[in-house]
Design a protein around this ligand. Structure first.
Ligand code: NAD
Length: 387
């Protein structure tokens, strides 16, 4: 079986889907690995390093023909997608939800599509494959570092002959995987950290990292399914923003990480809250997206300074700004899933398996993922039988 790694071409994307360590692991399992020329350049991984690990370096058109499985970080680019042929598989963070046409096109092309970002995260055996968690950990760490870099003062308490610096006050909104990593990182830099999440079960996790947990009187517990938050009502949203504003006004740094699956990120920091912050304060919005983020007016990948001197950083692709670490972790996720899926030298799709049912989105010409099948006009299948 041949697995091919293509060079990512999305703007700003520096990660690569496999690293030499992962190549060696796949080779040991009898899987051949082809790597597109310069695929690892963005993560400082040379073609030679891949060759030494047992991969074959090839041009894009050669890979596309030879590969049984093409592995990617994001969606395959147009050129790769156009070259996919029936029976070939593509595996990456394909983000298929909310875009049924994407899965439909792959199904029509007879391609088996496997979307790592849909891995059922609560299954213990899926944890080594959980790319959302591995990349969120990196993003959370980097968000705290970015905030510290943009802040014109110290994070830690510093007592010197030239004066004493008080520690920075950092508030983290959203205490999931990324938020907890941001809290830990800000704490390690010496900041005084507080955090808030709508899921009350995060209180213990926040406190175990040495941060204070903020409870809002106006918003009740909002734990939803699968460890995620539920959508708040309009009334809850407004009270939350109002009550958070008084906390935000006292902070030097605010890092927002709140997400609700399948929805636009909740707005937590209003324009009025930004106005209440002191000049020199920094806000990093990890929820920044084209649809809007956690912070009013933030744009992904853009930094703006408000009239009152608050720097608002809309985080873009933070994991890609740490391409070596992010690629290494992502490659572990990819290789764990590949080794799970490959039986006797070929990809053995089995939709009776709950883990596979979570990640396989198209198979044998059908959109098979339950969350996509209906809208894509495919057939939701719960067993391995052909339709
Ligand atoms: P996420 O990225 O969907 O959301 C980030 C955080 O934002 C969550 O903690 C959420 O509660 C919070 N949030 C949403 N709306 C909010 C609002 N209006 N105000 C404040 N906070 C808000 O979540 P995630 O980090 O990917 O994962 C969340 C949880 O999923 C984890 O903490 C964990 O409990 C669970 N999880 C479990 C496993 C596992 O079982 N192996 C793996 C990964 C995640």
């Amino acid at each position: 079986m041949k697995v091919a790694v293509v060079r990512e071409t999305a703007p700003g994307e520096r990660r690569v889907a496999l690293v030499p360590d992962a190549v060696a692991k796949l080779r040991a399992a009898g899987i051949e690995v082809l790597v597109e020329t310069a695929a690892g350049d963005g993560a400082w991984l040379s073609d030679d390093a891949f060759t030494e690990a047992g991969a074959t370096i090839a041009a894009r058109d050669e890979l596309a023909v030879a590969a049984d499985v093409i592995v990617t970080v994001g969606r395959p680019d147009e050129q790769v997608a156009a070259g996919l042929r029936p029976g070939q598989a593509v595996l990456g963070m394909l983000a298929p939800l909310g875009d049924p046409g994407f899965a439909r096109r792959l199904a029509e092309a007879g391609v088996t599509a496997i979307s790592l970002d849909l891995i059922p995260r609560t299954l213990p055996r899926a944890q080594p494959m959980d790319a959302l968690t591995s990349q969120a950990n990196i993003a959370g760490y980097k968000a705290a570092v970015v905030a510290a870099g943009a802040f014109g003062r110290f994070f830690p308490l510093l007592i010197t002959a030239a004066g004493t610096a008080r520690p920075a006050k950092v508030l983290v909104l959203g205490a999931g995987v990324a938020g907890l990593q941001a809290i830990g990182t800000a704490r390690r830099l010496g900041a005084v950290v507080s955090a808030y999440d709508v899921r009350p079960e995060t209180k213990g996790e926040v406190e175990s990292l040495g941060a204070a947990f903020i409870e809002l009187a106006s918003v009740g517990p909002a734990s939803g399914e699968g460890g995620y938050a539920r959508v708040l009502t309009e009334e809850e949203r407004q009270s939350q923003q109002d009550e958070l504003a008084s906390h935000i006004a006292r902070q030097d740094v605010v890092i927002t990480t709140a997400q609700v699956p399948g929805r636009r990120p909740p707005l937590l920091v209003s324009a009025d809250a930004l106005k209440s912050m002191a000049p020199g304060s920094v806000v990093v919005d990890m929820g920044a997206s084209a649809l809007g983020g956690n912070v009013e007016g933030s744009q992904p990948g853009e930094t703006v300074v408000t009239e009152n001197g608050v720097t608002v950083i809309g985080a873009g692709n933070l994991p890609s700004t740490m391409p070596a670490a992010a690629s290494a972790m992502y490659a572990r996720n990819v290789s764990a899933l590949l080794l799970y899926l490959v039986k006797e030298g070929s990809l053995a799709v089995d939709l009776s398996d709950d883990l596979q049912r979570g990640v396989v989105i198209t198979y044998e010409g059908q959109v098979v993922h339950p969350a996509l099948a209906e809208s894509a006009g495919g057939t939701a299948r719960v067993d391995g039988a052909a339709h």
